[in-house]
Design a protein. Structure first.
Length: 245
């Protein structure tokens, strides 16, 4: 099996607090994998460790075949990362932001200009690309953020709550773009607390208090636990976890 991400007993502690508690899973190449959990469950901490931004306390893993301890720089060149909070400079236009980030990725000027043009068309940004980012609605700022994470054609895309604060219609349009990326071979690792977004994923893991309490396809899990929908499944599993804690 070709895995884009492998995690083995990954753990992160901050003093006496265990944010991530010995989690293990594999994500296949080209898969849309959803990390589902309430705020504070540990999802963002996992993402930061996998992206080489935070060292684990224990356990291990690989991303794009690179070890998360020894290969952090190679990992950063292989992945795209989009955070919940808008990460571009508000006083610059979208094009100026993308040009700046392209220089960080050391893209040649001719290649970068072509890539920005491709992403402008791909993400339907023509109307907004030359406007200051502070003047744009949240949904379009997030779409520009996605463009920034795709500049260097990453094999794996990490999206940490990418549609927070976005209205439901725009959220669905955003996911249509993500499906296109997956169809083209990009692996998507998405954290979310929206149930409708989780249903778009091929597989999900449900995380609570730093632990993964279940993994599987949304439809499979709902059927296995005899719940009417994913929201009721989530509530049931979290309640069961609290009782067994």
């Amino acid at each position: 099996m070709d895995y884009a991400v492998t995690i083995d007993k990954l753990t992160k502690r901050f003093g006496n607090f265990t944010a991530v508690d010995q989690i293990s899973l594999n994500v296949e190449s080209g898969e849309i994998f959803g990390f589902l959990g309430a705020n504070g469950a540990g999802k963002t901490t996992v993402i930061r460790m996998l992206c080489g931004l935070l060292l684990p306390t224990a356990g291990g893993g690989t991303v794009a075949g690179h070890d998360i301890y020894r290969g952090s720089e190679k990992i950063k060149r292989s992945i795209g990362y989009m955070s919940q909070k808008f990460s571009l400079y508000s006083d610059l236009t979208g094009r100026e932001n993308l040009t700046f980030y392209g220089s960080i990725y050391q893209l040649r000027k001719s290649d970068l200009k072509k890539r920005i043009s491709e992403l402008t068309e791909y993400l339907d940004l023509a109307e907004f690309i030359d406007r200051p980012c502070y003047s744009l609605p949240t949904g379009w700022r997030q779409r520009l953020g996605l463009a920034g994470s795709l500049l260097h054609r990453p094999r794996i895309l990490f999206l940490d709550e990418p549609t927070g604060g976005v209205d439901p219609v725009f959220r669905r349009r955003f996911w249509e773009i993500l499906y296109r990326l997956a169809d083209e071979g990009t692996t998507l690792f998405v954290t979310t607390h929206y149930m409708d977004e989780a249903e778009f994923c091929r597989r999900i893991s449900i995380m609570h208090r730093g632990k993964i309490i279940e993994v599987g396809s949304p439809r499979e899990l709902v059927k296995r636990y005899e719940q009417p929908n994913l929201q009721e499944l989530f509530i049931s599993l979290i309640s069961r976890s609290e009782v067994n804690a």
